[in-house]
Design a protein around this ligand. Structure first.
Ligand code: PRP
Ligand code: URA
Length: 208
């Protein structure tokens, strides 16, 4: 598996603002979306293109366009939903799947409650989005579900990751490409990322 750590100053700046306890729900949502778009720009650098004919005011020419119909964005519910519009700003024709997982507060193990993927998933470039990669349990389960339904070409985007999560995901799924906005220090006793940003789902949806 390849892991790409984001180095762009705009991504770093926006992740710093996201971390602040004083950042409210409205700003948090906006930042997550902007970060997803900037990370998506990096993660989709190898998207396949197809040549089409266009007529300029001067002449006819053959030029490349993105083959966007083959992209599937799959947020892990809930928090991954906050990243979807950032990717759609880049590839509006992408199809959207959903995987519902929540971490048991005691065991920290993921539980599935929903999975719906676009048709022909086996032919698509799949981009799973979830702001937090903590123990890696949810990420591994999400990739397991997608592979069990035929998905093959998988990228995973997380805004903040713990070293434990990166290593667990790498071991379980060495064939996927992982994109990380910031690699943080460690997990605490409740399996929250330190310094992290707290509970991403609660901060996006204003729950607690
Ligand atoms: C968060 C986060 C990830 C998961 C990461 O979701 O959005 O899906 O935890 O933790 P892990 O790497 O230890 O599995 P959560 O389970 O809190 O659900 P929510 O998005 O519905 O709040
Ligand atoms: N899920 C979150 O939302 N935050 C963490 O720090 C870990 C898991």
């Amino acid at each position: 598996m390849s892991v790409s750590y984001m180095t762009h100053p705009l991504i770093k700046h926006k992740i710093t603002l996201l971390r602040k306890q004083s950042t409210g729900t409205n700003e948090f949502r906006k930042l997550i979306e902007e970060i997803a778009m900037l990370m998506g720009y990096e993660a989709l650098a190898d998207l396949p293109t197809a040549d089409i004919e266009v007529t300029t005011p001067i002449e006819k020419t053959i030029q490349p366009v993105i083959n966007g119909k083959k992209l599937a964005v799959v947020p892990i519910l809930r928090a991954g939903l906050g990243m979807v519009n950032g990717i759609l700003a880049l590839v509006p024709s992408a199809k959207i799947g959903h995987i519902g997982l929540y971490r048991d507060p005691e065991t920290h193990l993921p539980h599935e409650y929903y999975c719906k993927l676009p048709e022909s998933i086996e032919d698509r470039q799949i981009v799973i989005v979830d702001p937090m990669l903590a123990t890696g349990g949810s990420a591994v389960a999400a990739v397991d579900f997608i592979k069990a339904r035929g998905g093959k070409r998988i990228k995973f985007m997380s805004v903040i990751a713990a070293p434990e999560g990166v290593s667990t995901l790498m071991k379980a799924h060495p064939d996927i490409q992982l994109y990380v906005g910031s690699l943080d220090r460690c997990l605490n006793e409740n399996a929250y990322i330190c310094p992290g940003l707290g509970d991403a789902g609660d901060r996006i949806f204003g729950t607690m």
